[in-house]
Design a binder for this molecule. Structure first.
Ligand code: ASP
Length: 368
C-alpha cells in the first residue's frame, strides 16, 4: 500500500524548519521559547503585522501582533495571544473558568492552522488543560495527525508535559448549578436558598440573559511577509451534552487558513457554522475577490439559506441565533460580520493600539 509522505515520516522532536519552535514543559509559551535570532528581529522591524479577533480578544490581538513583530510565526503568535483569554477566569466562554457541560465538567475545544505549511492541529472535548490552543499547536508541530479528542487528547497533553488541573471555578460551578435548578420544575432539582441572589449568578443573568448563550475566541493573523495563521479556542456551548463538539476545533468550520488568500474563523452557534463549512467558505469568497467583510457577509447569507428547521427560526423566518465571522486577507485587510446587529470585533496592527470595531451585519436587532 502506498503511503503518503506525511504517513511515512514519523514525528521528530524538532521538525525540519522548526528549530525555534521549542516545546516548553508545563505547556506555557515562555519568552525564552519565543525568542528569535537577531537577523529575524531586524527583518521583523521593517514589516507590519495585523490580527483580528472576536470582541473578547482585544488584549490577545495586541499580544499576537507584538509576537509577529518579533519574528514569531502567525500561528504561534495567535496561540500565544489567545492564552490571555484562556487564563482569564472571568471569561466564562474559554479555557480556565469556562462554563461546563451538563454534568459540570469543563470540556474545551480548539484548533490552529499554519498558512505556509497548511498544517493544522486540533483537540476536542479536552478535560483538565487550560490551554487547548497550545495543545492543538503541539498536535500540529509534533504529530503527523490533525485532531485528537477526549481522553486521547488528554493523554497527549499529559505526555507532552502540560499541567493538569481542575478548570471548574467556583463561579462557574454556581452558575451551572443555578442552570440545573432552574431548567425544569419536573426534574429532581429546585433552586436552593439564596441561589438566585448570588452575585455570580446575577452577573451571569445580566450578562447573558435567560437564553443559553455561547462564546469563544477566534484570532486570525497575518505578518509582514503575508504569511497567515490562526486559532480558535472555546469551552463551547454552555451546559452542552457531554462530548458535544462544535465548530471551534474543526478545520474548515471554526477556522480555515490558506496562505494564498488569508484566514477566517467564527464564533456563535457552532452547528450552523459546521453545516456550511464556515471558515473555509469565507476564505473561498475572499479567493474569489471579495473583501474580508464582504466574504463574511456572503458566508452568513449562505448560512441563513441553510437554516431551515423551524426551531431555529423566529416568527419572521430569520435565524433565532447568532453567528459571527472574522477574516483577514493576505494583504492585511480585516473584516467581520454577524447575523444580528450590535457585534464588534478586535483589530490590531503594528504600531497601533488594539481597537474594537463594529461588525457588519445582516439583520438589525428589533428594538426592545
Ligand atoms: N462556536 C462555539 C461552539 O459552538 C461557541 C461560540 O462561539 O459561542 O461551540
Amino acid at each position: 500500500m502506498k503511503t503518503t509522505p506525511t504517513d511515512a515520516a514519523p514525528p521528530s522532536d524538532q521538525p525540519e524548519g522548526m528549530s525555534r519552535r521549542e516545546l516548553v514543559a508545563g505547556g506555557a509559551l515562555t519568552a525564552a521559547a519565543l525568542a528569535t535570532s537577531g537577523a529575524q528581529r531586524a527583518q521583523a522591524e521593517e514589516r507590519s503585522s495585523v490580527a483580528v479577533a472576536s470582541a473578547n480578544g482585544l488584549e490577545a490581538v495586541g499580544r499576537a501582533v507584538a509576537q509577529m513583530d518579533a519574528g514569531i510565526s502567525p500561528v504561534e503568535a495567535a496561540v500565544h495571544g489567545v492564552a490571555v483569554v484562556e487564563d482569564d477566569p472571568d471569561d466564562v466562554t474559554v479555557g480556565y473558568g469556562g462554563l461546563p457541560n451538563s454534568e459540570g465538567v469543563v470540556q474545551l475545544d480548539s484548533c490552529c492552522m499554519d498558512g505556509p505549511t497548511m498544517r493544522a492541529g486540533a483537540v476536542a472535548a479536552l478535560e483538565g488543560f487550560r490551554h487547548p490552543a497550545q495543545v492543538a499547536l503541539q498536535v500540529l508541530q509534533r504529530t503527523t495527525r490533525v485532531l485528537l479528542v477526549g481522553e486521547g487528547a488528554a493523554r497527549f497533553a499529559r505526555t507532552i508535559g502540560f499541567e493538569e488541573e481542575n478548570l471548574l471555578t467556583e463561579k462557574a460551578r454556581k452558575i451551572w448549578l443555578y442552570w440545573k435548578a432552574n431548567m425544569s420544575d419536573r426534574d429532581d432539582w429546585i433552586p436552593g436558598p439564596g441561589q438566585t441572589e448570588d452575585s455570580d449568578v446575577q452577573w451571569f443573568m445580566n450578562t447573558y440573559g435567560p437564553v443559553r448563550p455561547t462564546g469563544t475566541i477566534n484570532l486570525c493573523a497575518v505578518d509582514g511577509n503575508g504569511d497567515v495563521g490562526g486559532t480558535t479556542t472555546t469551552s463551547g456551548l454552555f451546559f452542552k451534552i457531554p462530548g458535544r463538539v462544535g465548530d471551534s476545533p474543526l478545520i474548515g468550520a471554526g477556522l480555515f487558513v490558506d496562505n494564498e488568500v488569508g484566514a477566517a474563523g467564527s464564533t456563535g452557534r457552532g452547528e450552523s457554522v459546521i453545516q456550511i463549512a464556515g471558515g473555509h467558505t469565507v476564505v473561498e469568497f475572499m479567493r474569489a475577490g471579495k473583501s474580508p467583510e464582504a466574504a463574511c457577509l456572503a458566508a452568513l447569507e449562505r448560512l441563513v439559506q441553510a437554516t431551515r428547521v423551524p426551531y431555529l427560526l423566529d416568527d419572521k423566518g430569520r435565524p433565532s441565533f447568532n453567528v459571527k465571522f472574522y477574516a483577514v486577507n493576505k494583504a492585511g485587510e480585516t473584516g467581520s460580520a454577524t447575523i444580528w446587529s450590535g457585534g464588534r470585533h478586535a483589530v490590531c496592527r503594528t504600531g497601533s493600539k488594539p481597537v474594537h470595531l463594529d461588525s457588519a451585519y445582516l439583520y438589525e436587532r428589533d428594538p426592545k
